[in-house]
Design a protein around this ligand. Structure first.
Ligand code: SF4
Length: 124
C-alpha cells in the first residue's frame, strides 16, 4: 500500500494485476522527461531518435513529448499497453506512470469518482 500524506487516499498496487488498465487508456498524455526518453530507449535497445520516432508524439504545440497512443477497436490505448492490458515497459515506465494516482491534477477530484476509474485507490 502506498500512502501519500498530501492525498485523501492510498494506492494498492496489487490491484493493478486484476484491473483492465483504465489509467493507460483514453484521451490524455503521458509526458516524457529526458530521463524517461533515455531510460526507455536503452530498455528497448533503441537509440533515442528511433524511440522518439516510433513511440512518441509531439503535443502542446510541439512543446512537449508524450508517448504515442493507438486506436484499437475504437479505444485509445497507450502504445505500450499489450493485448492483455499489461505494460510492456513496466520496469522502465515513465515517471508520470509511476506517480499515478498521486497527480496534482487529481488531488481535488471527487474521490468516489476516482475509485470508479481506478479500483486500486483506497479511500483513507
Ligand atoms: S507506459 Fe505503461 S504504465 Fe504508462 S501509460 Fe503506457 S502502458 Fe500504462
Amino acid at each position: 500500500m502506498i500512502v501519500n500524506k498530501d492525498f485523501p487516499y492510498s494506492f494498492d498496487e496489487t490491484v493493478c494485476k486484476q484491473c483492465k488498465a483504465s489509467c493507460c487508456k483514453g484521451e490524455g498524455y503521458v509526458f516524457l522527461s529526458k530521463d524517461d526518453i533515455n531510460n526507455i530507449s536503452s530498455f528497448l535497445d533503441l537509440d533515442v531518435g528511433q524511440f522518439v520516432e516510433l513511440y512518441t508524439r509531439k503535443v502542446m504545440y510541439g512543446k512537449k513529448i508524450s508517448l504515442a497512443n493507438l486506436k484499437i477497436k475504437g479505444e485509445l490505448r497507450c502504445v505500450f499497453l499489450d493485448e492483455f492490458n499489461r505494460c510492456e515497459i513496466y520496469e522502465m515506465r515513465p515517471k508520470q506512470c509511476r506517480k499515478f494516482p498521486f497527480w496534482k491534477s487529481l488531488k481535488d477530484k471527487n474521490v468516489e469518482q476516482l475509485v470508479k476509474l481506478c479500483p486500486g485507490i483506497i479511500i483513507s
